[in-house]
Design a protein. Structure first.
Length: 174
């Protein structure tokens, strides 16, 4: 949700200040991002059914990383637009999948698990966009977006770690 909040609050500003797009193109980044996110949400269930939750979460992190890094490294209207499209596709399934996982938690009840995930998610949604503003003020908007890209790849690495722990736990239970 931190990435979603950042894209909602900063995509137009990014196209204006980092991409130096014309006034006619400034909203393009946000529109491309939103269309990609909506498309990803519509097809996400089918992809999860085909590839599984963990593979989708790993792929989502890679898409977020790729999209934001592409936008930060090559801040031109076409490349930033493609980057925002990748980011939208990457972000699209994360929140629904994480809520679904929380709802199936065996470690805590469904209600508390979803409440915990909601709290952490909304804190990220509210706190990270202002932090992006602070980082962009001190280091530049491109660096702030590059930092968000790193968070995408960290998400993928966390999924790999969870898979390894689950596999180790399953083998020790035998």
């Amino acid at each position: 949700m931190a990435c979603e909040g950042t894209m909602y609050d900063w995509s137009g500003i990014y196209f204006q200040k980092a991409v130096h797009a014309s006034k006619d193109v400034v909203t393009l980044g946000y529109v491309v991002y939103m269309i990609a996110m909506a498309t990803g949400r519509f097809i996400g269930d089918k992809l999860v059914g085909r590839f599984g939750v963990m593979k989708m979460l790993k792929a989502s992190g890679v898409m977020i990383f790729t999209g934001l890094l592409l936008s930060a490294v090559l801040p031109y209207p076409v490349t930033a637009g493609i980057g925002f499209m990748c980011t939208g596709l990457g972000v699209s399934c994360v929140v629904p999948l994480v809520f679904s996982i929380a709802g199936k938690s065996k470690a805590m009840g469904t209600g508390p698990a979803i409440a915990a995930i909601s709290t952490v998610g909304y804190v990220g949604f509210l706190i990270v966009p202002p932090l992006i503003g602070y980082i962009s003020h001190t280091a530049g908007l491109r660096w702030a977006f590059a930092l968000m890209a790193v968070l995408g790849i960290l998400m993928s690495l966390m999924v790999v770690r969870i898979q390894q722990e689950n596999a180790a736990h399953a083998s020790s239970s035998r």
